[in-house]
Design a protein around this ligand. Structure first.
Ligand SMILES: Cc1ncc(COP(=O)(O)O)c(C=O)c1O
Length: 476
């Protein structure tokens, strides 16, 4: 099983097209190989391949340093909701940088952070009215765990410090967020991690160990595993449960019907906080502002980032209920936590402009309306022998690849290595599609196109996948 992103490589030779774009590709290639350390990347892949260098974007398209066009089927990294090249967002950033380039949120405020907190509170469900800004998703998750701990100390339950999350779920890479993450391979090099983080079953219905023919019974079973874990750990030691509305890692596991309602009941019964990690699922990805609204549950906290600015500037946030803020509103209390760049003036300006744009163009509604078309295109691939499952919601899907559809037999580590790294990642990229071939669970292809996409883009995704997956099957 792999522990890093599969690595698309660029194989086209020559610097001519690049020069026409005003880019010195030869120099960039050399400098990238010599100096740049790419994230979750097997750097050795680039010893005999070129680094894919993206220089420009427009709508759902991105262009590399040789001028080749790709459909961005992953919105960068589940980020670019509004599509690339949006002038409004660039202008908002420039205006703010010229007005007040930086000031912290440590004891001070600035108008954008205030307005954005008000706006997020109005979009968020229920009494989630307080916003603590970070610079990204992992920091938001880290902040949620720390807030849960300090909240319980402040309210006379100092023994509550543990957190529960699901197998194979990704929640970030800082030591706290990594401890909450359920991917053993990316944790192992950094052990020992933060104590007090334990795993439960996820909602992979395709591989349901029980109730594989009854989603509701499966949902009850998966939710009840959380209760069993709380009881095993001792309820008075458990602070919070971290769940994504649709779990990304493993290839898009939507919640079975009734799952979140039952989890909410369980959390309430045991006094445990429910954190909805919406770093991917918020801001229209599922056809709603927040995933909690899509599935009709009320968490105590929401972590979000990525789509809030459509990626035009980095920003994350922890959104919390009034109840959690209560102990910090009087006397000498304060949340002992912060980041220099959390709620940066430029990023919050971009977020406000992005929310304006999303509202004006009804991008959340677009994702909701087009979700069925996107699903239909991907479901259309089910006739391919390698396609075992197609699952997801909104504009967020995973396609699980199998060796045998009838038995659902998956690929062993060697086959997966050959299939994903040896062929699929490169072939999909060469065919002009940015997506993600991932084997952190069973091998999947993940898709999350920008919310501006239309039927023609979905069809192109379908065509490229059909051709490359057909070829992959022949090679097996
Ligand atoms: C659910 C979830 N939580 C947290 C994170 C970490 O976010 P970041 O990379 O911005 O730190 C991610 C990143 O993909 C994520 O998908």
């Amino acid at each position: 099983m792999g522990d890093e992103m599969t690595t698309p490589t660029s194989a086209q030779p020559g610097n001519e097209a690049a020069e026409a774009l005003g880019v010195d590709d030869t120099h960039l290639q050399e400098a990238a190989k010599r100096h740049l350390w790419m994230h979750f990347t097997r750097m050795s892949s680039y010893a005999d391949h070129d680094v894919p260098i993206m220089v420009r974007g427009e709508g759902p398209w991105v262009y590399d340093s040789r001028g080749k066009r790709y459909l961005d089927g992953l919105s960068g990294l589940f980020v670019v909701q509004a599509g690339h090249g949006r002038r409004e967002l660039a202008d908002a950033a420039a205006r703010q940088a010229a007005t007040l380039g930086y000031f912290p949120l440590w004891s001070y405020a600035h108008p954008n952070a205030i307005e954005l907190s008000e706006r997020l509170a109005s979009l968020a469900p229920g009494d989630i009215n307080r916003v603590f800004f970070t610079t990204g998703g992992g920091e938001a998750v880290e902040s949620a765990w720390k807030l849960a701990r300090q909240y319980f100390r402040a309210t006379g339950q100092p023994g509550r410090y543990k957190v529960i999350s699901r197998n194979i779920a990704y929640h970030g890479t800082t030591m706290g967020a990594l401890s909450i993450t359920g991917l053993p391979d990316i944790k192992a090099p950094f052990e020992p991690l933060v104590p007090g983080s334990v795993r439960v079953q996820n909602t992979n219905f395709y591989r349901a160990p029980e109730h594989g023919d009854d989603p509701e019974a499966f949902g009850r079973w998966a939710a009840d595993d959380i209760e069993a874990r709380i009881e095993m750990e001792g309820p008075s030691s458990v602070a919070a449960v971290f769940l994504e509305p649709v779990q990304n890692s493993g290839g898009c596991f939507p919640p079975p019907p009734g799952y979140f309602q039952r989890v909410r009941e369980i959390c309430d019964r045991h006094g445990v906080l429910l954190v909805s990690d919406e770093v991917i699922c918020a801001f229209g990805r599922l056809g709603s502002w927040f995933g909690a609204q899509r599935y009709d549950y009320l968490p105590d906290m929401i972590t979000c980032a990525k789509g809030m600015t459509s990626g035009y500037s980095p920003l994350g946030a922890l959104l919390v209920s009034d109840r959690l803020m209560e102990p910090f509103l009087s006397g000498s209390a304060s949340f002992s936590h912060g980041f220099t760049f959390g709620g940066h003036p430029v990023s919050t300006a971009v977020a406000l402009a992005n929310l304006d744009l999303m509202e004006k163009e009804d991008l959340v509604g677009n994702a909701d309306r087009r979700a069925a078309d996107f699903r239909a295109v991907l479901e259309g691939l089910r006739d391919l022998p390698i396609v075992g499952d197609v699952r997801g919601d909104g504009l967020f899907y995973g396609i699980e690849m199998v060796k045998d559809k009838a038995t659902k037999e998956t690929f062993d580590d060697d086959e997966s290595e050959r299939l994903l790294r040896g062929y699929l990642s490169g072939a999909l990229f060469q065919a002009g599609l940015v997506c993600r071939a991932d084997d952190r669970g069973d091998p999947v292809i993940q898709l999350a196109p920008p919310l501006v996409c239309e039927q023609e883009h979905f069809e192109l995704i379908g065509e490229i996948l059909r051709s490359v997956l057909t070829d992959a099957w022949k090679r097996l």
